[in-house]
Write a protein that binds this ligand. Structure first.
Ligand code: PGA
Length: 250
């Protein structure tokens, strides 16, 4: 049985004092969950969040990184910088980065490799636009994005990755994919991984759903056969609401 992984993506929200307060509020609310709890916070909140989450079951992730170890890349943060302060997870290829910051399948692949080399677990985002969905291309788009993101990795490496299927039209819009549609897309991703890396890998890899997940729809989504939890944006900004999503099976 695959575990459920619930990750919050704060995007560009919360100052360090707000991050500390949030984690202090969340800690008692999620301490008994069997699900994995991750908060992906802005760079400036990482250190404070790591300290506050020490000796809790809350893990801390970043939202992006560069693929190089170091060098003349003004404004960038490297995988080993993240690792050195105790960060465990990193979101890679979020649609907002693909859309606004020129992230490509190629840079996503480089970042995934660099994250794994440095002992970080990547949460790799894939998803189709509304036009692509309406043109009947969903499966083709998301399986191609997945294959390109994971190109050149070993089976053991792929097992360490989390994939987040996030239909772009469902992000921050209040529109959620139906649980059947989300499950069907996630199955397609899993089948693609099975074709490339075999059944063992495809059955163990965690694939989340993301896009307007909230306390009122999470149970329906997370109990589908292939959905292994969620990547939660807006609803992860409130500790009580986020705890309800983490505790969806209580
Ligand atoms: P949302 O964002 O939950 O606010 O739709 C999800 C995401 O972008 O990861």
């Amino acid at each position: 049985m695959r575990r459920k992984v619930i990750a919050g993506n704060w995007k560009m929200n919360k100052l360090p004092n707000e991050a500390i307060q949030f984690i202090e509020e969340l800690t008692p609310l999620v301490k008994d969950t069997e699900n994995e709890v991750i908060l992906c916070v802005p760079y400036t909140d990482l250190f404070y969040s790591l300290l506050t989450a020490q000796s809790t079951n809350i893990k801390i992730g970043a939202q992006n990184m560069h693929f190089e170890e170091k060098g003349a890349y003004t404004g960038e943060v490297s995988p080993n910088m993240l690792k050195s302060i105790g960060v465990q997870y990193v979101i890679i290829g979020h649609s907002e980065r693909r859309q606004y910051f020129n992230e490509t399948d190629e840079s996503v692949n480089k970042k995934v490799k660099a994250a794994l080399t440095n002992g970080l677990k990547p949460i790799v985002c894939v998803g189709e636009t509304l036009e692509e969905r309406e043109a009947g291309k969903t499966e083709e788009i998301i399986t191609t994005q997945t294959a390109l993101a994971l190109e050149g990795l070993t089976n053991e490496q792929v097992k360490d990755i989390i994939i987040a299927y996030e239909p772009i039209w469902a992000i921050g819009t209040g529109k959620t994919a139906t649980s059947e549609d989300a499950n069907c897309s996630i199955k397609a991703i899993r089948n693609k991984i099975c074709q490339i890396y075999g059944q063992n890998v495809s059955e163990s890899i965690i694939i989340q759903y993301g896009g307007s997940v909230k306390s009122t729809n999470c149970q329906e989504l997370f109990t589908m056969s292939d959905i292994d939890g969620g990547l939660v944006g807006g609803a992860s900004l409130d500790a009580e609401e986020f705890s309800k999503i983490v505790n969806y099976n209580k």
